[in-house]
Design a protein around this ligand. Structure first.
Ligand code: ATP
Length: 387
């Protein structure tokens, strides 16, 4: 086991004009489960492939412990990688697939190899499938064989590239839990790549969010959720996404096309001299109330209600003015979403007052996207767990 460090790692392709990863710096602690997450094409796989030794590093260093591994061959690195496609040999049984790498790259005796394979198979719950070929296994079983093949190598680092994306939703969810349990049991430094923010939030000790080849934020899931470094992170983490409203700062108020949002002195200080500010608020922080009572309450009309069982996602449109609430053309108005309890009844077309509490708002510099102010947290322990 070892700590994995990336120090200003850059990868350029072609004549250098495609920058897949730019100056990524990251420390993954010994035994940590780090999830690398970001949209398609942001450089996740390239980062992982550089760590595995499948791509060269253009600039910067990758180290395992205090050993720089940039120039080491993949097999010298003591790193095991599991791919989305499983990459099992179709003509070999599960047992042969799991033994093959050990026979090729270690001096272990046949008996030792057999024992390791049996142990790994027991850990993965596939002991009775060892004599089947991949074609005779389900997707989930094949993925377990692929993971088993990585485990037998007893590597210093596990790299997992979207290992669950070929599985159906239910199996994916149970494999997530299984993988977390396994990682804890094996206590191996792990980097897990996914584009799925739910997977990142639920699995990672920490998550590293990449966009367009650049690391945007590295932190615990709750830090990234409640204290996003910028608008990209705020919008990427969380489902449904955070709502954003573009505004101009005028006399201590945020003035947008559809709303005027006054700020207290404290919040005003946080935004400094920014003139254009994006207000962000998470759907679960918007309250639907009976009447307008504060200057953070807005008259809206319900556009669409999406019941998801435990809650309802209620899409709301601002009403243009209180004088003409009846025939509002919601098509014309951009909607935003509030999440409310699943047992509350709300119907499309109904008027509703949306309260956007100031304690819950995030403010971003519209030009740079940088967070100027994040929501207040009553319980700071929610972000920094005290163990
Ligand atoms: P996905 O989730 O779609 O797999 P990703 O985040 O893993 O995406 P990468 O595969 O790392 O993204 O690609 C990052 C960028 O580098 C993309 O713009 C991609 O087109 C480019 N790229 C990747 N491999 C090469 C290559 N061999 N030659 C040229 N460009 C490449």
């Amino acid at each position: 086991m070892a700590e994995l460090t990336l120090d200003r790692v850059t990868k350029r392709f072609g004549d250098g004009d495609i920058v897949a990863v730019e100056e990524a710096s990251l420390d993954v602690a010994d035994g940590e489960f780090l999830v690398l997450v970001g949209p398609s094409g942001c450089g996740k796989s390239t980062t992982l492939r550089m760590v595995a030794g499948l791509e060269t590093v253009t600039e910067g260093d990758i180290a395992l412990g205090d050993r720089i591994i940039n120039d080491e061959q993949p097999k010298e690195r003591d790193i095991a990688m599991v791919f989305q496609s499983y990459a099992l040999y179709p003509h070999m049984t599960a047992r042969e697939n799991m033994s093959f790498g050990l026979e090729e790259s270690t001096g272990l005796s046949d008996d030792d190899i057999a024992e390791r394979v049996e142990d790994a198979a027991a850990t993965m719950g596939i002991s009775d499938l060892l004599d089947r070929k991949p074609g005779e296994l389900s997707g989930g079983q094949q993925q377990r064989v692929a993971l088993g093949r990585a485990i037998v190598r007893d590597p210093e680092v596990f790299l997992l590239d979207e290992p669950l994306s070929n599985l159906d939703a239910k199996l994916r969810s149970s494999m997530r839990t299984e993988l977390q349990r396994l990682q804890e049991e094996l206590d191996v430094t792990t980097v897990y790549v996914t584009h799925d923010q739910t997977e990142a939030m639920t699995m990672g000790d920490r998550i590293a969010i990449l966009d367009d080849g650049r690391l945007q934020q590295v932190g615990t899931p709750l830090e990234c959720y409640h204290a996003p470094a910028n608008r990209f992170v705020a919008g990427f983490i969380g489902e449904p996404s955070m709502n954003f409203f573009e505004t101009d700062v005028e006399d201590g108020r945020l003035v947008g096309d559809e709303m005027v949002y006054p700020l207290t002195e404290e919040t005003r200080e946080a935004i400094g001299d920014a003139s254009r500010v994006t207000l962000g608020v998470r759907p679960e922080d918007i309250e639907l109330v009976e009447e307008r009572e504060t200057d953070h309450d807005f008259q809206t009309v319900v556009d669409v209600v999406e019941p998801v069982g435990s809650g309802n996602n209620v899409y709301l449109a601002f009403e243009e003015s209180e004088d003409e609430p009846a025939e509002l053309d919601v098509e014309e108005s951009r909607t935003f979403v509030a999440t409310i309890g699943g047992l509350r009844r709300v119907e499309a077309g109904q008027p509703a007052v949306a309260r956007i509490p100031e304690d819950a708002v995030h403010l971003f510099d519209t030009e740079t996207g940088e967070a100027l102010h994040n929501r207040k947290l009553d319980d700071t322990e929610a972000v920094e767990p005290q163990l």
